[in-house]
Design a protein around this ligand. Structure first.
Ligand code: NAP
Length: 321
């Protein structure tokens, strides 16, 4: 019997893909850096049984409508805001994501961003590398303490709780906001539940880890930044569109928020002349939350396993719909 056809919308390492070729006929887009062009993706959707997509690919009704024999689309991310789930249901296509395998790595990065913004790590590094370190002075590169401060986590899910565990090790007071309470986290981490506004008013560090949905889009707006302490540091490791970047920029310039750490942006890649990039008190990273070799490999393998399971008539490990 012919093997099912699978297309991967990015070039992945051969050694990861190789072992799955026994069961599936796998082809890949030929670039590791550049997203697949839309025409090719549509064409592949029309011929394949399975697709593995990236967060840079728009997985919409048009794409799924092409996929007359498409059974699964495995999205290589835990967030699936690039996927139209309603359209997938309509077309009877299984969508999967990659939760859990990236939780700890993304929490490490989120806490790194928080620390880097608080202790001015990037500014200090640039200062010394530019040959500007000439003296010591009492308040030279003085940042803000992290230990024993309060952290407010908006989106206390898998990654949010992993960040909270790190914060607990720093003796921080943990506040959180979700639509529903996480009583286990309250017991285990001593976390306290707050309304969004209350958290914004009380937290020294506000960390965004909620998914991008119609409800969360733009939730960190001018009004939200105004509610934060002027000494607060804002960290976003979720999705850029939860934040009104113009409002964040203005809040930082006006001193309504002290500093920020951002791994994600409304438009990715961000324009090189974006005003946020010009601010010393903002640490910016190019969406590298889950980017460790071990974790990215685990995400690729999970996508391939999910794809094979569905094409083999089994339940996937991590279904979305
Ligand atoms: P998760 O376990 O589903 O956690 C998300 C949490 O957000 C849930 O606890 C959910 O609780 C809460 N939430 C949902 N809607 C909300 C709303 N309207 N207001 C407040 N809280 C809300 O997901 P995860 O695995 O932790 O991942 C979280 C997000 O991180 C992903 O969606 C993705 O966008 C992002 N991410 C980014 C990177 C990166 O590279 N920077 C890497 C991995 C993940 P309730 O349902 O009770 O509200």
């Amino acid at each position: 019997m012919a093997k099912p056809k699978v297309f991967i919308a990015r070039k992945l390492p051969d050694e990861v893909v190789e072992k799955f070729k026994e069961n599936m006929e796998i082809t890949m887009w030929d670039s590791e850096e550049e997203p697949v062009d839309r025409t090719r993706l549509l064409q592949e959707a029309g011929q394949c049984d399975g697709l593995i997509t990236m967060l840079t690919d728009r997985v919409d009704d048009e794409l799924m409508d092409q996929g007359k024999k498409l059974k699964i689309i495995a999205n290589m991310a835990v967030g699936y805001d690039n996927v139209d789930i309603q359209a997938a249901d309509k077309h009877g296509i299984q969508i999967t994501n990659t939760p859990d395998v990236l939780t700890e790595t993304t929490a490490d990065l989120t806490f790194t961003l928080l620390m880097a913004a608080a202790r001015r790590i990037i500014e200090a590094n640039e200062h010394i590398k530019e040959g500007k370190w000439e003296n010591w002075s009492p308040l030279f590169m003085a940042g803000t303490d992290v230990h024993h401060k309060s952290i407010g986590i908006v989106g206390m899910g898998r990654i949010g709780q992993a960040v909270a565990r790190r914060a607990k090790g720093f003796g921080m007071e943990i506040l959180y906001h979700n639509r529903s309470r996480k009583e286990e986290a309250e017991r285990e981490l001593g976390a306290s539940y707050h309304s969004f506004d209350d958290l914004l008013e009380k937290a020294d560090y506000v960390v965004c880890l909620a998914p991008l949905t119609e409800e969360t889009r733009g939730m960190f707006n001018q009004e939200a930044f105004k509610k934060m302490k002027s000494s607060a540091i804002f960290v976003n490791a979720s999705r850029g569109a939860l934040v009104d970047e113009r409002a964040l920029y203005e809040a930082l310039v006006r001193g309504e928020v002290k500093a920020a750490g951002l791994d994600v942006f409304e438009k990715e890649p961000i324009d090189a002349d974006h005003p946020l990039l010009g601010l010393d008190q903002v640490v910016c990273l190019p969406h590298i939350g889950s980017a460790s070799t071990e974790t990215r490999t685990a995400m690729m393998e999970l996508c391939l396993e999910n794809t094979w399971k569905v094409l083999n008539g089994e339940k996937p490990k991590t279904p979305v719909n």
